[in-house]
Design a protein. Sequence first.
Length: 275
Amino acid sequence: MTETLTADTAYAATAYTPTVVKLGGSCLDDMSESWWDDLAEHGRENPLVLVHGWSKPLRELNPRYTEPSAILRDRYGNQSRWTTPEVIADIKTVSADVGRIVTERLTRRGITVERVIGSDGLVRAGEGERWWWQGKQLVELENLVGPITEVDPARLSGLRPGHCYLVTPLARNAAGQEVNTDADRAAAAIAGASAAASLTLVTDVEHLLIDGEPVRRISAEAAADFRDRGATGGMRKKLRAAGEALDRGVQRVVIGSAPVSRLLAEQTGTVITSS
């Protein structure tokens, strides 16, 4: 009997397993030459998928993105950037600049780079939240954001050592609109869809801190408990993304600011596992 392969099973049967790294937009300028040397050395042996953020470049593009009104909070306490078509255009502008920087740094180290906009067939999003707090009122707003519902791994079918896919984490919803997604959660979904063993979230802090103490290793259950009772801002989103990655079959998530090889070797950073 001939077995019919789905897109996912065909991908898993034929493709390399990538190293998936989310690079925070706030720390891109702080990465040293040795950090990029390390990433390129790792990439010569392992396919790379690099998902970038854009928070700092967007704030530098226009002062309005630093204003409190630029960030919305939903009825569940989750924060999101208030995204309009103009904001999507600005995200694409700064993402093109990020793409040029990353491409230059990796290509001169022998790694080829292919940019992918998530909304161009890679990432699908569901219906976004419509009720948001403004001041002390919960109001209905059009906000072009949405939770990731699907990643098409066939869009990354060229995975191979020496090559990097650089992903801008926009998505397309069922209505065909281009929407904003959280970069950490996008990286988690991509890691799961591409059968990555690990997800590395590179940020500007060395470890997860609980009660002021660095945490070297933590279970997904304990991380989720801290997320809901004490984590704030970007770390809250990272812990949410970590749980989603593990739920999608990723074996571990590492959070930290060190070179990728050191994080993957668990020499520093915080490691989150299912148990």
